[in-house]
Each structure stands twice: as structure tokens, then as C-alpha cells.
Design a protein around this ligand. Structure first.
Ligand code: CA
Length: 222
């Protein structure tokens, strides 16, 4: 999953980026409202973490601009301002969750994972497809037979995206956009390599190839 982190405090931004990388997210960052708004319009983020007090344009105005253009990306607002009426303003502008500073990074990660699961239609507390269960904290996957496989960083990012979008036809370029960051060298052929590695761990039947179109991740035992 690929995130946009909008925060003008460099120390906080760097710390959060590191924690989010550790949790297996690709992260783009913006330090002002104008850049944030433009990136949110153009890039297909899976979620946004948005500070409210920003230079050049406030976080609330950025959020209103996205929503007015029918951008439904899940947004968690971060702000030092924890007063109840400011939370109400945030929800009225279209945020999905709210976290007042200071906060524990573990709480942000837990809220983010829950928001992403829910926005992908997952009901439970973990990401599952059929008998396959992803452990987002340990970055492992357990198969039907009960075998647990560890995953490399890219394998985990790709598998989480597949599992949260099970049953959908996903092109290589779409997978690349959601697994890598803006600045990464995005070679969509690399996706093929990682798809094959996942097949070796899970079994070939989980990922169907549609020639010239992409891949469909689905439960082989419907
Ligand atoms: Ca700020």
C-alpha cells in the first residue's frame, strides 16, 4: 500500500516515514498544502496521513479540495489541536479518522491498518483471503496447511496489496504504483519476479496471469 504523509515538522515527518517503511508501506511525503493537494489529485494513494497546520494551504482546505473532486482516499488527520469542535470540522471536511498529537506511533499504525482493511471490504482484525492469513505485524503469511512463511519487504507489500484487492484484475503498472514510491525506479517487469516468488511460497494457483492484462489474486478453493 502506498501512502502520502503530509507533515511540515521535519523531525516528525522523518520519524513517521521510517516507522511506516518499517510497517511495510511505500511513503511519499509533502511538507506543505499546495504540494499535498497536487499529489493527492494525481497519485493513486491507498491512504493519506494529513497534518492540519501546514504552510501555504491548511490541511482542512486540502481535504475539502480532494473531496470536492470526488477523491475518496481514506484520510487520517494528525494535529496538535485536539479540541472536540476541531475534530468535528475534520470529519465534516471528509476525514475518516483523527489522531491528536502527541500520539504513539503504534496507535497510528493500528488505525491505519484498520482503515485500509475496512476500505478494502475486510471485516476482520487481520487480512485474510480464504485460508490464507497475513500477519501485518510480523510480515508473514500462513497458508491453509498452517505453514507460516516469512516475506521480504517487497513480497509483503505486494501480497498485502493483492490480498486487499482479491478478485480484481490488477495490471502490472497498477501494482507498481501501489507498491513503490514516487522516487523509486519503477520497472514493472520486476513485479513479475515478485509474483513468481509469492507463487513459490503460496502455490501457483493463488495468482492467475491474464496475458497482456495483469494478475488476479483469488482463493483457488471458492
Ligand atoms: Ca504542522
Amino acid at each position: 500500500m502506498r501512502l502520502l504523509l503530509v507533515e511540515d515538522d521535519k523531525g516528525l515527518r522523518d520519524g513517521l516515514t521510517q516507522a511506516l517503511h518499517g510497517a511495510g508501506y511505500a511513503v511519499d511525503t509533502a511538507d506543505n498544502g499546495i504540494d499535498a493537494e497536487a499529489l493527492g489529485h494525481v497519485e493513486p494513494y491507498d491512504a493519506v496521513i494529513l497534518d492540519l497546520g501546514l504552510p501555504r494551504r491548511s490541511g482542512l482546505d486540502v481535504l475539502r479540495a480532494w473531496r470536492s473532486r470526488a477523491n475518496k482516499v481514506p484520510v487520517i488527520i494528525l494535529t496538535a489541536r485536539g479540541a472536540w469542535h476541531e475534530k468535528v470540522d475534520g470529519f465534516q471536511a471528509g476525514c475518516d479518522d483523527y489522531l491528536a498529537k502527541p500520539f504513539h506511533v503504534e496507535e497510528l499504525l493500528a488505525r491505519l491498518a484498520a482503515l485500509l482493511r475496512r476500505s478494502s471490504g475486510q471485516a476482520g482484525a487481520a487480512v485474510t483471503v480464504g485460508e490464507l492469513a497475513l500477519d501485518e505485524e510480523r510480515q508473514t503469511v500462513t497458508t491453509a496447511g498452517g505453514t507460516t512463511h516469512s516475506l521480504t519487504g517487497t513480497e509483503f507489500r505486494l501480497l498485502r496489496y493483492f490480498m486487499l484487492n482479491a478478485g480484481k484484475l490488477l495490471s502490472k503498472s497498477r501494482l507498481t504504483e501501489h507498491v513503490y514510491e514516487y522516487d523509486d525506479d519503477r520497472d514493472s517487469n520486476v513485479i513479475e519476479v515478485y509474483v513468481n516468488r509469492l507463487r513459490q511460497k503460496l502455490g501457483r494457483e493463488w495468482i492467475e496471469t491474464r496475458r497482456g492484462q495483469g494478475y488476479i489474486f483469488r482463493n483457488p478453493v471458492p
